[in-house]
Design a protein around this ligand. Structure first.
Ligand SMILES: Cc1ncc(COP(=O)(O)O)c(C=O)c1O
Length: 435
């Protein structure tokens, strides 16, 4: 595979951009090799600057749920753009998108738009502290909620990929009100509430952990968080930036919260709701959300928040996210996930194939992973060999052992066959490398 164009651009990029990238995991530091410079995408495929074609199982880390350059989204975005890109004033598109979100998530009455998942969670935390008059935030090791200072403690995703415990530049003061517990540790949560329940403003959790690889909540875990927060006057902030509108038409909560009969107080969204444009949101009951300025006194703002083009893209994307699409995503995730797992088993590679709805990932360890300590026991060298073999065969998956894989509705039967054939070769490469 000729990747000379990507190599040249990446050398050039490092002269002007730290590490050559706008977000760390993209640099391939954990897996080695050169990141591909993608210049075009259509449906399930992406093409690099050298003209190589890849089946895309990254999907821009979630937003491209319909695949690339979906005609309906292009049409709505182009129609909006002809009348300008931004006004910094209220507009109909954001109202229509808010209404669509609320139709899907009846647990919420109000939505406030921001431009990134980081901002959405930051706003939810501020709101939770203001609404409760308390300071303490509880998060779980290996859960990533964006790069806001107070939450960059034992965060998953890029921080895990680079092996950083925490980031320099985050002061003790900024994290002193953040308590980190092990994910899925019911006893730990109960104990903390028993000791400090009246100080806790919010428990913040990924609806299903997917930033340390796919680690679903244990049966009853989210429900316990909901019950304990309620009993102690704290709030549950359910981070659905990854899972929102991907796992079901109403996200993880829409599938499992309704089945298991629990709710959160605040929900954060991103990725799918912008359809590939920068857009994210925090949502919740009117009682809490109306504390945001100007309805209330909790300040939050953004020059490009609710941008009409981003909102048009999000709305057009959600319009295509119907029952059939979710069935397709589940099917493709099952075909690809279990097919790859079979290829690894066949080659004799010990692994744990894990799913969280239609998100999935492979830990190169024989034992199931239910928290961050266990996730860190995986053999990341084996993952790197597997990753690089897949990539060289035209299959693009997340360049980190700590990330979930994303399917799109555009994946075809022949894509599945291609991915599975590549995975047989990649599994053999793992054994041959002897890592
Ligand atoms: C669960 C979760 N929360 C928050 C974020 C941060 O979103 P953004 O990268 O848009 O700031 C992410 C990003 O991957 C995420 O997965």
């Amino acid at each position: 595979m000729d990747i000379s164009g990507s190599i040249a651009w990446h050398e050039r990029a490092q002269q002007s951009i730290p590490g050559g990238v706008s977000s760390p995991v993209r640099a391939f530091r954990a897996v080695g090799g050169t990141p591909r410079y993608f210049v075009r995408g259509t449906g399930s495929k992406v093409f690099d600057i050298d003209g190589n074609e890849y089946v895309d199982l990254v999907g821009s880390w979630g937003p491209m749920i319909l695949g690339h350059a979906h005609p309906h989204v292009i049409e709505q975005v182009q129609r909006t753009m002809r009348d300008s890109f931004s006004f910094g004033a209220p507009g109909p598109n954001e109202v229509l998108l808010a209404e669509e979100i609320l139709r899907r998530v009846p647990a919420c009455d109000r939505v406030r738009f921001v431009s990134s998942g980081t901002e959405a969670v930051m706003t939810a935390v501020r709101l939770a502290r203001a609404a409760t008059g308390r300071d303490l935030i509880v998060k779980f090791a290996g859960c990533y909620h964006g790069h806001t200072d107070a939450l960059l403690v034992q965060a998953g995703s890029g921080v895990a990929t680079l092996g950083l415990p925490n980031s320099p530049g985050v002061t003790k003061g900024q994290t002193q009100d953040t308590v980190v517990l092990e994910y899925n540790d019911e006893a730990g949560v109960r104990e903390l509430f028993a000791q400090r329940g009246s100080e806790i403003a919010a428990v913040l959790t990924e609806a299903a952990a997917a930033n340390m690889g796919a680690v679903p909540p244990a049966a009853g875990f989210n429900r316990l968080l909901s019950e304990l927060t309620q009993a102690h006057g704290a709030l549950l902030v359910l981070d659905e930036v990854m899972t929102g509108f991907r796992i079901s038409r109403a996200g993880w909560w829409g599938k499992y919260g309704t089945q298991e009969n629990w709710q959160a107080d605040l929900y954060t969204y991103g990725k799918v709701i912008g359809g590939g444009f920068p857009l994210a949101a925090v949502a919740g009951s009117a009682r809490i959300m109306d504390q945001l300025a100007p309805a209330g006194s909790v300040y939050q703002a953004g020059t490009l928040s609710g941008n009409p083009v981003a909102a048009a893209s999000g709305l057009a994307t959600l319009e295509m996210c119907d029952a059939e699409l979710y069935q397709t995503l589940d099917l493709r995730a099952a075909q690809i996930g279990s097919g790859i797992s079979a290829a690894l088993s066949q080659a004799g590679v010990a692994h744990s194939f894990q799913t969280a709805g239609n998100l999935f990932s492979f830990f190169f360890t024989p034992n199931p992973v239910s928290n961050y300590v266990q996730a860190q026991r995986q053999n990341t060298k084996q993952f790197s060999v597997f990753f690089n073999s897949l990539l060289s065969q035209g299959v693009s998956v997340p360049p980190s052992a700590y990330e979930a894989w994303f399917v799109s509705g555009a994946i075809t039967d022949s894509d599945v066959e291609r991915v599975l054939a590549a995975s047989v070769v990649a599994a053999e490469a793992v054994i041959a490398a002897g890592e």
